[in-house]
Design a binder for this molecule. Structure first.
Ligand SMILES: [Cu+2]
Length: 130
């Protein structure tokens, strides 16, 4: 009595494995080649509190890409840099992140545009790009 011949199962499995490994290698190559700007940009932590941003002055180089990480520690503050088209409301305990790159030398004014108390009008800061 002869046993029925089994179809070769190794070849398709190996082919699938090669396709999978090739896909993983290609994906790794693409990920390696992708620019990692967001990961390499310097993070500048800013605290928003009645009635100031700290630090108040942020010196940057023209064209330098940075991540502003703004945390309100006490109230709903506005964070606005009109000349860079950046704006957010930041509730107490929340953090807002924005990536910026000052295009020209100069001063970029930061204001709180959400009324937060008697000295709200004094709550400002600036980015000085040179
Ligand atoms: Cu305010």
């Amino acid at each position: 009595m002869t046993r029925p011949q089994r179809p070769p199962v190794l070849a398709p499995t190996r082919r699938r494995l090669l396709w999978w490994a090739g896909g993983v290698s290609l994906e790794a190559l693409v990920l390696t080649m992708r620019p990692l700007r967001a990961d390499t940009a310097r993070v500048i932590e800013i605290v928003a509190r009645r009635f100031e941003f700290e630090p108040e002055v942020i010196p940057l180089r023209v064209g330098e890409e940075v991540i502003l990480q703004v945390t309100s520690i006490d109230y709903l503050h506005g964070f606005s840099i009109p000349s860079l088209a950046i704006r957010a409301d930041i509730a107490a305990g929340q953090t807002f992140r924005a990536t910026i790159r000052p295009p020209r030398a100069g001063t970029y004014v930061i204001v709180c545009d959400n009324f937060c108390g008697d000295e709200h009008d004094d709550m400002s800061g600036k980015i000085v790009a040179s």
